[in-house]
Design a binder for this molecule. Structure first.
Ligand SMILES: C[S@@+](CC[C@H](N)C(=O)[O-])C[C@H]1O[C@@H](n2cnc3c(N)ncnc32)[C@H](O)[C@@H]1O
Length: 563
């Protein structure tokens, strides 16, 4: 049974609030609670959020003295069936039915309708605050509004937890995780909508896992679920493991000031650089993936939207007139494997029309929409960052509307570009360097006021393959002199080349323990991991050199698992 029981410290806090309210009639402030327990306000804030999630009290965010204990009636308990496991990731076979129940308070669910619960497996909904191991309470229903998080059955018997959107002729099942793509289907069967998320705080946070030295602490104020992450130029092109712009913004606002020079040493598609320009910070970005450099440059160059729209309309007119015999198809290995002939012809026409634009910034901006079009028009599965070809009947039927995809993308990008143009600060410069962050890249020592970055995962075989993701686009938009070189990018990135042996001089017991564990199962895998950490260590040393003394280095990291 799963009960929202408070931890010892949380019970003490509840007791303190009860006594305080009885004595003074009003509720204590966070500071008063913190003082009483001799801990910091953020610690109390965290406990209060857990107690709210456990439905033991209510509190209005940002309002002083708003903590209220919930009455016993409000806490009346109900038991609902826990039907099994649901995938927040790749769909899995439909739900099993074991004999388990969970207990929650009555007011946590709506009065109408039947409810059931499922345990979540996977990380595709993390931006909605739904994590691996959480339990979601579902209200049974067969319809859902746009944007609701639903239990959906697709392909007859595959169940998945996603946000549902109705689009023109199909349904989009949208993961809430920037590293994953949506799933599109003509038919989706809705089995209910999520009404509540229950996190197993008892085991995950309060006590930590018994076999682990470290305790997991979650500060929910960094949870930006439901917020628009595609403002300005942030949404003009997908990229693996992009920053949540709100995270970059908050770090910039907290650890730097206007006029400062910041650096993102793994800038990827340039999220932190876009935010820097809007917040009036100068910015350097470094990346070793040529497509990332191309995207970051396009995203950070403010372009007058009127000029952009004019060029776009002229481009559409030119496009109509281009004849089949006027185009040059690109030549690279396996082009016929990844693209149908019809798509190649249309893409080649589009590319010719875009290349006719004289203004370089505008040309590159529209090339970004073209790059996205390339991926959607290819024979790859759109739900993956890796290159995986669609198969069988689906491949036979695959007939992408290349110009339609481009128009939709270009028009959305122009809107985002206009927003950025309005807000970008003209005095703030952005310099984007194609280079390896473990080496010297021309940035002066002691010249950076703040580093904000998120490092690669260094494990392209099982997780994020930046180079593989970028390959087809890079081959089409002539990023390399020889397009066949595009397939070598992942080898150049951190962790791209395994070390020869497992001996090293990095002084981390934790790393050594982890390497031992991995090597016992797969020595080559351990060499990949070691190569990543040696590279990362060099990047951090370099970063230390360019950063001014006593300034902040903000590293946003993911929880890495190596298979
Ligand atoms: C997590 S991504 C950064 C994403 C970025 N924050 C964004 O919002 O798009 C990490 C980036 O590190 C880059 N990278 C990997 N090894 C590198 C190296 N040695 N030097 C510079 N960049 C590297 C990858 O190409 C990738 O773009």
């Amino acid at each position: 049974m799963w009960i929202n029981k408070p931890s010892k410290r949380q019970a003490e806090i509840l007791q303190f609030i009860t006594k305080f309210q009885r004595k003074k009639i009003y509720s204590p402030s966070l500071g008063e609670i913190a003082n009483n327990f001799g801990v910091s306000i953020p610690t109390i804030h965290q406990h209060i959020s857990y107690l709210r999630k456990k439905n033991l009290l209510s509190a209005n965010k940002g309002k002083r003295r708003s903590i209220q204990l919930l009455s016993d009636k409000e806490k009346e308990l109900v038991e609902i069936p826990l039907l099994g496991v649901i995938a927040a990731g790749q769909p899995i076979e439909t739900i099993e039915v074991p004999d388990e129940t969970i207990t929650i308070t009555k007011d946590e669910i709506s009065k109408q309708g039947k409810h059931y619960a499922l345990r979540v497996q996977g990380n595709s909904m993390i931006d909605e605050g739904i994590f691996d191991g959480d339990i979601v309470v579902i209200r049974k229903q067969e319809t859902a509004d746009n944007g609701q998080t639903v239990v959906a059955i697709i392909d007859d018997d595959q169940a998945t937890l996603k946000k549902l959107y109705r689009e023109k002729n199909k349904f989009r099942l949208q993961p809430a995780n920037p590293t994953l793509f949506p799933i599109y289907r003509d038919e989706v069967e809705v089995r209910g909508v999520v009404v509540k998320i229950i996190r197993n705080l008892e085991s995950q946070i309060d006590k930590g896992r018994p076999d682990e030295k470290y305790t997991r602490r979650i500060d929910y104020s960094w949870d930006y679920r439901g917020e628009n992450t595609k403002t300005y130029t942030h949404g003009i092109h997908t990229y693996p493991a992009m920053f949540i712009p709100q995270v970059a913004r908050r770090l910039l606002e907290t650890y730097s000031k206007e006029g400062d020079t910041i650096c993102d040493i793994f800038c990827g598609s340039g999220t932190a650089l876009v935010e820097s320009k809007v917040l009036n910070r100068n910015a350097y970005g470094i990346d070793l993936n040529p497509l990332a450099i191309f995207l970051a440059k396009a995203k950070t160059a403010p372009i007058n939207p009127k000029k952009l729209t004019r060029e776009y309309i002229a481009l559409l007119n030119r496009l109509e007139k281009i004849k089949n015999n006027e185009i040059k198809k690109p030549i690279f290995k396996n082009i016929d494997f990844w693209f149908k002939e019809k798509a190649v012809i249309k893409l080649a026409k589009l590319k010719k029309a875009i290349r006719g634009i004289k203004d370089k910034a505008i040309r590159n901006f529209l090339m970004v929409a073209f790059s996205e079009t390339v991926r959607y028009a290819s024979n790859t599965k759109t739900g993956e960052f890796k290159l995986v070809r669609i198969k069988g009947e689906k491949l036979e039927k695959h007939d992408p509307d290349v110009f339609g995809i481009f128009r939709k993308k270009a028009e959305a990008n122009i809107a985002g570009g206009g927003e950025f143009y309005k807000e970008a600060k003209r005095d703030a410069w952005t310099k984007i360097i194609f280079g390896d962050s473990s080496k010297e890249n021309g940035i002066k020592e002691n010249s950076i006021d703040c580093i904000i970055t998120s490092p690669p995962y260094g494990d392209s075989r099982t997780t994020v393959a930046y180079g593989q993701f970028s390959r087809l686009s890079a081959q089409w938009i002539d990023i390399f002199d020889d397009p066949n070189k595009a397939s070598g990018v992942d080898n150049e990135l951190l962790g791209g080349r395994a070390t020869k042996t497992l001996s090293h001089t990095l002084s981390s017991d934790y790393l050594n323990d982890s390497l031992d564990k991995i090597a016992k199962q797969d020595e080559n895998r351990a060499k990949d991991v070691l190569s990543f950490y040696i590279g990362l260590n060099d990047c951090l040393k370099r970063a230390y050199k360019i950063l001014k003394p006593k300034k902040y280095f903000c590293l946003v990291i993911g929880n890495r698992l190596v298979k």
